[in-house]
Structures are given as structure tokens and as C-alpha cells.
Design a protein around this ligand. Structure first.
Ligand SMILES: Cc1cc2nc3c(=O)[nH]c(=O)nc-3n(C[C@H](O)[C@H](O)[C@H](O)COP(=O)(O)OP(=O)(O)OC[C@H]3O[C@@H](n4cnc5c(N)ncnc54)[C@H](O)[C@@H]3O)c2cc1C
Length: 327
């Protein structure tokens, strides 16, 4: 396998943001991801004729760079403002005044990473990296299928618990071990009838449920009626890897505390093992120049889409500034 300048393991939003920037400055970059598509937790599930966002639900744009990307996305027609905020349910429904825009692509959240990957020359999906070795000045990552990928620099866009076994022998991983994530159980449901509600989504304070979304309100008119329910992190952690059917039943029972008689035709459940960082890395990225090793992700830049993008962009800046100094 030919050697690249940078190998990125994990094509989540942080890895994609990093790769776009370094490729545009002339570096040869290759991304590997274990999943069928790019985007990690910015994910959309296709189920019958539905597209449902089962990971990230929307994103906000505080920084100038993301605001520019959002403007362009809206102009190009693949992105819309979904809402200016959501009511809170904490036993009763509490309306809240409109605030900043929440964006969501009408074709599903995976549209964002797909668009970011479009200009990238070397992206390989369904390639799970299982080991990483160092041969002199070069990194060599091996996939589950036995392929080897060599590069001068290595960037990891993975949860820290997956970084430690890969590169733990090369540096002190104590700061990584301190990072913590909550898992999240998610239920996706197809509705017979829409809820009697005028909100697109609800933030929820309940021992089981954290979020309820009428996912079809993001889609074009006539889209199938779909509901997304995210469980609380602590509740999800307590369930561990329980039987998905059992968990689904518990989440749907809890949903009935919040919305009146949802007419669910069918439902499925899904567990995000690393959903939300609860203890984050103290910097927005990591870069060790002598090893040519770095990492990025929302657990560095802030636990949301914008945080993941900022982390990837910041790491790219660090790598590129070194290159421009001729190091
Ligand atoms: C249920 C849920 C709801 C959310 N809601 C919101 C929201 O409404 N708004 C918001 O802004 N954010 C939300 N988020 C958070 C948002 O999705 C993340 O912050 C962002 O997508 C993280 O991107 P990332 O690049 O850091 O990591 P990830 O998206 O986790 O990317 C990591 C990538 O690494 C790949 N990978 C892992 N191991 C290997 C391996 N060994 N070899 C190769 N590839 C590997 C994975 O397949 C994945 O693509 C939500 C997340 C979840 C789970």
C-alpha cells in the first residue's frame, strides 16, 4: 500500500474537517472508517422509506467559520433552519422564548459529513483499524482484513478508550484515560398518526427520557411520520447492553408519561456506546510533533457537532503551521 502524508483513523466530523484542511494545503491524506459510511455520530438511518436521524439531531453555529458553512449550505439548498428552540418538559410542558437557530439537513444529518467528504480523494469505509505499529519514522496501521496503511503522520478521530490500546505504548495516555463518555439508548418509531403537538422536539427532564423529536418536521412535506426518543445518559449507562427489545419497551413506556397515546406502528432501538462526553480532554486537539501523532474529536473541542469541527480544524492548523515552518 502506497504511503501517505497523513492517515486519519475515524471519518467522523472532526476527522473530515481535519482532512479537508490538510488536503487543501497539498498533503496526501487517507481516511479509514469502520462504518459503511462517513460521519460517525452525525448519522441518519434509512428504514423503509424513512430517513431518521438516530445520532445528532441538529447543530448550532456559534463560530464564524461554521456560520459561513451554514450560509453556504442554506444557499445550496441542503441545509435549513429546523427551529429556534424547543420547549422543556419537566412534568408539564414549558414553552420557551425563541433563541438561536438550530440547523438540520432535510435529507438527514448524514448529509453534512457526506458533503464534507465529497472533495476528499482517499476515503475508505468498512475498514476497521485493529493495530498500529511504528517503523522508524513511519506509522503502519493494520485493518481487520489484514491490509496495512503507512503514513508519516497519524491522526486518531476515535473515542479515547479506543485510542489507548492503539497507541498506548508510544506516549503517556493518562489524560486520555480521564475522559469519560455516557452511552445513549435511542428509540426510532414510525407513527400511524402525528402527535397532537406543535413543537418539533422537546427537551425532557425525566428519569428515563432526555429528548423527543418529531423527526419528520425536518423533512420535506409528506415525509413518513417518525419519532426519535433519546434516553438519559445515566439511565442508559445503568441498562448496559441489555436486550434491545426490553430497553425499547421501557423507553416507550416512559414516553407515555410525556406524550399522550403515541400511535406507534413499529419501533427499533439502538445503543450508542460512546454518545456524549461527560469529562472532556483539556485541549481542543492533541499534536505530538516528534511522533507525528495527533487526535481530535468532540471530546476535545466540546461535546457537539461544532466542537468536533473546531477540534479537527484546530489540529489541521497546528499540523500546517509546522509544515509552513518547514519542520
Ligand atoms: C444520540 C446522540 C445525539 C446527539 N445530538 C446532538 C445534537 O443534537 N447536536 C449536536 O451538535 N451534537 C449532538 N450529538 C453529538 C455529535 O454527534 C458529536 O459531537 C459529533 O458527531 C462527534 O464527531 P466526532 O468526529 O468527534 O466523532 P464520531 O462521530 O464518533 O466519529 C468517530 C469515527 O470513528 C470511527 N471508528 C471508530 N473506531 C474505529 C476503528 N477502529 N477503525 C476505523 N474507524 C473507527 C467511527 O465509525 C466514527 O465514524 C449527539 C450524539 C449522539 C450519540
Amino acid at each position: 500500500m502506497d504511503e501517505t502524508d497523513v492517515l486519519v483513523i475515524g471519518a467522523g466530523l472532526a476527522g473530515l474537517a481535519f482532512a479537508q484542511d490538510v488536503q487543501s494545503r497539498g498533503l496526501r491524506v487517507r481516511l479509514l472508517d469502520k462504518a459503511r459510511g462517513v460521519g460517525g455520530r452525525a448519522a441518519t438511518r434509512r428504514w423503509d422509506d424513512m430517513r431518521i436521524d438516530h445520532g445528532a439531531q441538529f447543530f448550532t453555529a456559534r463560530g464564524e467559520r461554521l456560520r459561513g458553512l451554514v450560509k453556504q449550505g442554506i444557499r445550496d439548498g441542503w441545509l435549513r433552519v429546523w427551529s429556534h428552540g424547543f420547549p422543556l418538559w419537566d412534568g408539564t410542558l414549558r414553552e420557551r422564548p425563541p433563541s438561536h437557530a438550530r440547523y438540520a439537513p432535510p435529507h438527514g444529518m448524514s448529509e453534512l459529513p457526506k458533503r464534507m467528504a465529497q472533495g476528499l480523494r482517499d476515503v475508505r469505509t468498512e475498514t476497521r483499524v485493529v493495530t498500529v505499529r511504528r517503523n522508524g519514522e513511519t506509522w503502519a496501521a493494520q485493518s481487520e482484513a489484514g491490509e496495512t496503511f503507512s503514513s508519516r503522520c497519524l491522526v486518531l478521530n476515535l473515542p479515547p478508550a479506543q485510542i489507548i490500546p492503539l497507541v498506548g505504548e508510544f506516549l503517556d495516555t493518562a489524560p486520555l484515560a480521564a475522559v469519560q463518555f455516557d452511552p445513549a439508548w435511542t428509540v426510532l418509531a414510525r407513527l400511524e398518526q402525528d402527535l397532537d403537538a406543535d413543537w418539533p422536539a422537546l427537551e425532557v427532564k425525566h428519569p428515563v427520557v432526555a429528548w423527543v423529536s418529531r423527526d419528520h418536521t425536518k423533512r420535506n412535506a409528506g415525509a413518513p411520520l417518525a419519532l426519535v426518543v433519546h434516553a438519559q445518559g445515566t439511565w442508559s449507562a445503568a441498562q448496559g447492553e441489555s436486550d434491545p427489545e426490553l430497553v425499547r419497551g421501557q423507553i416507550l413506556a416512559a414516553l407515555r408519561d410525556i406524550v399522550e397515546s403515541p400511535s406507534i406502528r413499529k419501533a427499533q432501538s439502538f445503543r450508542w456506546r460512546y454518545a456524549q462526553p461527560t469529562v472532556t480532554f483539556p485541549h481542543s486537539y492533541f499534536w505530538d510533533r516528534s511522533l507525528g501523532l495527533g487526535w481530535c474529536g468532540d471530546w476535545c473541542g466540546g461535546p457537539r457537532i461544532e466542537g468536533a469541527l473546531v477540534s479537527g480544524w484546530s489540529l489541521a492548523e497546528a499540523v500546517l503551521s509546522e509544515k509552513s515552518r518547514g519542520a
